[in-house]
Design a protein around this ligand. Structure first.
Ligand SMILES: NC(=O)c1ccc[n+]([C@@H]2O[C@H](COP(=O)([O-])OP(=O)(O)OC[C@H]3O[C@@H](n4cnc5c(N)ncnc54)[C@H](O)[C@@H]3O)[C@@H](O)[C@H]2O)c1
Ligand SMILES: [Zn+2]
Ligand SMILES: [Zn+2]
Length: 389
C-alpha cells in the first residue's frame, strides 16, 4: 500500500509499504478514506520530536471503513464507517476508567523510555514517534487500530468525511482547551494561534458561554476565519501590541481565560525569541514558548491558562513568578478524545457546529509531501489539509 513516511527533518515521502495485519484480538484494520495534517505533524516534520525513525508512517487524524476485525471486537463490523481518536487507550486501566484517555497506562509499548523523560508514560499515539509507541499512522491506505473495541466510533452516512474527520483530534482539542479554561458563562477568552485548533477553541468558547472571544495570530486569512466563521475579535500580533490590546479590550484587567493553541514552535520577535531560536536549533531546549509567555503575562489575576499547543520537553524563561503571584491555574495535555467523541458528534448532527469550515486543501495522498511544506510555510492560505488515500 501507499503511505506517507517520515525520513528526516523536512523530508516526508509517499512510499510502498506492507499492508497492516491484525496482531491482537482487539485490533481492527481500517481502510482510510480521509486523513488530515495537524500542527502536531509539523513538530515531527521540522524534527523537534525525538525518537522518529526513517520510514515511520505519519498521521494521527484519520477515518475510514472497517475492513477486518479481531475476534474480541464486538462493537464493530466489516463495512462500518468510523472515526478513530488519536490517542490509543485500553479502556480498562485506572486512567481510562477516569476518562483520562490520553494517559492510558497500557497502550505505550515504549513506556519505560517515556517515563525516563516525563516521569510517567502517557498513552501511545498513532504516527507520533517511538517515544509514544511507534505505531504506524493513518496517512496511508490502511491502518491497524489497536483497542478497536474502545476508540473508534461509527458515524452516520448523512455526514460528509470533512464534517466528522476532525472528531479525531482538532475539534475535541479546541473543545477541551475551552473546557479546561473553566468557562461557565460571561468570560473573556483570548486564543493564541488561529490554526484549526485555535478556530475550534474559539467556537467551543462560545458554545460554553463565553461573552467575548479574541483570536491572536499574524496570518490575515486565519484572522479572517476567526472573525467570519468564529465570530471572534482579532489581534494581529505583527502589527499590534498584544498586551496593550488585551488590556485595552478588558479595561486593564486581562482575559479571564488564555488559551494557548500554538505549541513548541511559536513565532516571535525580540531578543528572547531570538535566544529561543538559537537554543532550539542547538537542541538545548525543545521549544520556543513565546505564545505561552504572552498568555501568562497577560492573563488576569486568578485566571486560567489552558494549553492545547504541544510541548515535547524542556523550555526556557517561563515567568513562574507571574504565574505564582497572579495565582494562575494551568490546565493542559494531549486531548482525552474518547471523552468528547459522542457529545461533539451530537453537536455536529444537531447543526451546532460544522467543522468542515477549516478545510482549505483537499488533495491525494501522493500530494502529501508538497502539502506538508505548504502547510508549514502557511502558503496558499493553507489552514487545514485533508488527504484522500
Ligand atoms: N493537545 C493536543 O492534544 C493537541 C492536539 C492537536 C494539536 N495540538 C497542538 O496545537 C497546536 C496548534 O495546532 P494547529 O493544527 O492549529 O497548528 P497550526 O500550525 O495550523 O497553527 C498554529 C498557529 O499559531 C500561530 N502562531 C505562531 N506563533 C504565534 C504567536 N506567538 N502568537 C499567536 N499565534 C502564533 C501560527 O501563525 C499558526 O496560525 C500545535 O502545537 C499542535 O501540536 C495539540
Ligand atoms: Zn492532530
Ligand atoms: Zn487504559
Amino acid at each position: 500500500m501507499r503511505a506517507l513516511c517520515w525520513f528526516g527533518s523536512g523530508d516526508v515521502r509517499v512510499e510502498d509499504v506492507p499492508e497492516p495485519e491484525l496482531i491482537n484480538e482487539r485490533d481492527a484494520i481500517v481502510r482510510v478514506t480521509s486523513t488530515s495534517i495537524c500542527g502536531s505533524d509539523l513538530h515531527l516534520f521540522n524534527g523537534y520530536m525525538p525518537t522518529m525513525e526513517r520510514g515511520d508512517i505519519l498521521g494521527h487524524e484519520f477515518m475510514g471503513e472497517v475492513v477486518e476485525v479481531g475476534k474480541k471486537v464486538d462493537s464493530l463490523e466489516v463495512g462500518d464507517r468510523v472515526v478513530v481518536p488519536f490517542p490509543i487507550a485500553c479502556g480498562t486501566c485506572f486512567f481510562c476508567k477516569a476518562e483520562l484517555w490520553s494517559l492510558c497506562d497500557n497502550s505505550n509499548p515504549n513506556a519505560a523510555a517515556a517515563a525516563t523523560l516525563f516521569g510517567h508514560s502517557p498513552a501511545g499515539i498513532f504516527g507520533y514517534s517511538h517515544l509514544l509507541g511507534g505505531y504506524p499512522g493513518g496517512q496511508a491506505e490502511y491502518v491497524r487500530v489497536p483497542f478497536a473495541d474502545v476508540g473508534p466510533i461509527k458515524v452516520p452516512g448523512g455526514l460528509s468525511d470533512d464534517q466528522v474527520l476532525f472528531l479525531t483530534d482538532a475539534l475535541p482539542t479546541g473543545y477541551m482547551a475551552a473546557e479546561n479554561g473553566g468557562i461557565q458563562g460571561g468570560e473573556t477568552v483570548a486564543v493564541w494561534g488561529c490554526g484549526a485548533v485555535g478556530q475550534f477553541a474559539i467556537k467551543s468558547a462560545w458554545m460554553l458561554g463565553a461573552e467575548r472571544v479574541i483570536g491572536i495570530d499574524r496570518f490575515p486569512n486565519r484572522l479572517r476565519m476567526a472573525r467570519e466563521a468564529g465570530g471572534a475579535e482579532t489581534i494581529d500580533y505583527e502589527h499590534e501590541d498584544v498586551g496593550e490590546q488585551l488590556r485595552w479590550m478588558t479595561g486593564g484587567r486581562g482575559p479571564d481565560v488564555c488559551i494557548e493553541a500554538v505549541g513548541m514552535e511559536a513565532h516571535g520577535a525580540g531578543v528572547l525569541s531570538w535566544v529561543d531560536d538559537v537554543k532550539q536549533n542547538l537542541r538545548v531546549v525543545t521549544g520556543r514558548p513565546h505564545a505561552l509567555r504572552e498568555a501568562i503575562h497577560n492573563c488576569r489575576k486568578g485566571g486560567v491558562v489552558s494549553i492545547a499547543g504541544v510541548f515535547g520537553g524542556f523550555i526556557d524563561s517561563l515567568n513562574m513568578g507571574a504565574a505564582f503571584n497572579k495565582a494562575l491555574t494551568f490546565k493542559m495535555g494531549q486531548t482525552h478524545v474518547h471523552r468528547y467523541l459522542r457529545p461533539l458528534l451530537a453537536r455536529i448532527e444537531a447543526g451546532e457546529i460544522d467543522p468542515a469550515f477549516v478545510v482549505t486543501h483537499r488533495v491525494s495522498l501522493e500530494e502529501g509531501p508538497g502539502m506538508y511544506q505548504t502547510f508549514r510555510d502557511k502558503e496558499d492560505d493553507c489552514i487545514k489539509v485533508v488527504l484522500k488515500p
